[in-house]
Design a binder for this molecule. Structure first.
Ligand code: ADQ
Length: 455
């Protein structure tokens, strides 16, 4: 079997408890097959980028590269997170385009290519991940790499007219034509990419998942990412013995729990969700005091202004909701800004009657899938899921909502909190059966199978 080289911005080293969807999924994917995982070390250093660190555990060899703070400011906080992230989440209003950060992004991608190219063997399979590294494949080709290189976009592909509004969009997005396979989360993302290729990308959509552009033929396809379903089912049950989970259960007294777990990010629709929860308290006064909402939202990208503003806004809304609706022995909204060990989180999900996953846009959303896999088969909770998350394409037995419709979200919470056991079981069974068949291993096999077919 050829060697697998995974490249992503962040690498989750064995000692770390990863809290981002990409890191969790890639670790699970590499654990089964083995291979090399290459990316940024997670450290901003002084005195120059480029130092490499190597370690290994199980079948995975970790290779990480230090980046200087100035490079990180431009490549990571700048172009990746202030230009591409909002663009790819349909938020043209938040896109901050700057030629300097664009150059920094290019420069860091060149460094990745300079370090990686000499290490590659001819029959290696290289799998590049996400929007931080779009041009990497083209840069590897420039350095003589001729083997299979695939790319997977974890976030949404926006509509062609949004992409074309970014200066120099074609220079960036046409570098994707150097890959052999471009994977997206959903069919909708593939369709939007194909329409970009046709309208503004200078390529030709042949059909059947083939594109001709820049003198090459490449494949595109939908490969919905997933979770390690059986492992999470096991973890969630075992987590009930954990002290943190027992304490949460006791603290609820006999109330139901609704849970939300998201990185603190504007794509996750948290202000709307808080308002939706308040709307639930107002529209369903008979249920007031029967359900407590716990929102776990660790701070992410704290150096970026929009994220700081969002944090302030959420503190304000949470304060308002509790000020208006709390009584001496009940706080309706518990808002926590910390990371929780992954296994404990699965126990929290299992404790909850309602899972609230209402992003305004999300490539997939693994929390939705984890919530389903964590439930007690005898007494499962109900997932409320945004139509605008990729996961809604698969989890159609959730209560699907439009996150902008606060009354709709409010009523879905009320419906979930009072749903009879038979209906909860029927909805959950359909979803867990899907997730058992379509787990993270099936995802990796489907993608790599398609990439390895390329020559
Ligand atoms: P993310 O935007 O990070 O991922 P998501 O898919 O929901 O979003 O994954 C978050 C992961 O982090 C989950 O596994 C969750 O359990 C974990 N997590 C979140 N908060 C945590 C906390 N406080 N403590 C511990 N763990 C926490 C990106 C895309 C998604 C896509 C994934 C994978 O934005 O759309 O699903 O990549 O492709």
């Amino acid at each position: 079997m050829s060697r697998l080289i995974v490249v992503s911005n962040r690498v989750a080293l064995p000692a770390e408890d990863p809290s981002g969807g990409l890191a969790i999924a890639l670790r699970a994917a590499l654990e089964e097959r083995g291979g090399v995982w290459f990316g940024w070390s997670g450290k901003g250093v002084r005195g120059g980028s480029g130092a490499l660190h190597e370690s290994g555990e199980g079948g995975i060899r970790y290779l990480t590269m230090d980046l200087e703070q100035g490079d990180l400011d431009e490549y990571y906080d700048g172009f990746s997170n202030r230009t591409l992230w909002p663009l790819l989440h349909f938020r043209l209003d938040l896109v901050d385009y700057d030629r300097k950060t664009r150059l920094g992004y290019r420069r860091v991608n060149e460094m990745f290519a300079d370090r990686l190219a000499p290490m590659l063997r001819e029959d290696d399979v290289v799998w590049v991940h996400d929007y931080h590294l779009i041009p990497l494949g083209a840069m590897l080709r420039q350095r003589g790499v001729r083997g299979r290189i695939g790319f997977f976009l974890h976030v949404p592909m926006p509509s062609a007219d949004l992409v074309m509004a970014m200066p120099e969009h074609r220079q960036l997005f046409s570098t994707l034509y150097s890959y052999d396979l471009i994977g997206f989360q959903t069919r909708g993302d593939v369709d939007r990419f194909e329409s970009y290729v046709r309208l503004y990308g200078g390529g030709r959509v042949v059909g059947g998942g083939e594109i001709e552009a820049a003198g090459r033929t490449l494949r595109v396809g939908a490969f919905p990412i997933s979770i390690d379903t059986s492992e999470i089912e096991r973890q969630a049950q075992a987590a009930l013995a954990k002290q943190a989970v027992r304490r949460l259960r006791t603290s609820l007294e006999s109330r139901l729990l609704a849970i939300g777990v998201d990185r603190l990010d504007y794509s996750k629709g948290l202000p709307e969700r808080f308002h939706g929860f308040e709307r639930y308290l107002l529209r369903h006064p008979d249920q007031k005091g029967t359900l407590t909402y716990l929102q776990i939202a660790p701070i992410s990208r704290g150096a970026v202004d929009e994220y700081r503003q969002l944090r302030r806004q959420l503190e304000q809304i949470a304060g308002h909701v509790n000020g208006a609706h709390a009584v001496p022995d009940w706080t309706p909204l518990r808002y926590v800004n910390r990371n929780v060990p992954h296994a404990t989180l699965m126990g929290y999900y299992r404790t909850a009657r309602v899972g609230l996953v209402t992003p305004l846009r999300d490539g997939m959303n693994l929390v939705a899938k984890e919530f389903v896999a964590s439930q007690d088969p005898a007494n499962p909770g109900v997932l409320i899921l945004s139509l605008l998350a990729g996961a809604a394409q698969e989890l159609s037995d959730a209560l699907l909502v439009n996150p902008h419709d606060l009354d709709g979200v409010a009523d879905a919470i009320a419906t979930a909190a009072t749903m009879p056991l038979d209906e909860r079981r029927a909805r959950w069974t359909a979803m867990i059966e899907h997730l058992r068949r379509h787990d993270i291993h099936a995802w990796r096999r489907a993608y790599l199978g398609a990439l390895e077919e390329r020559r």
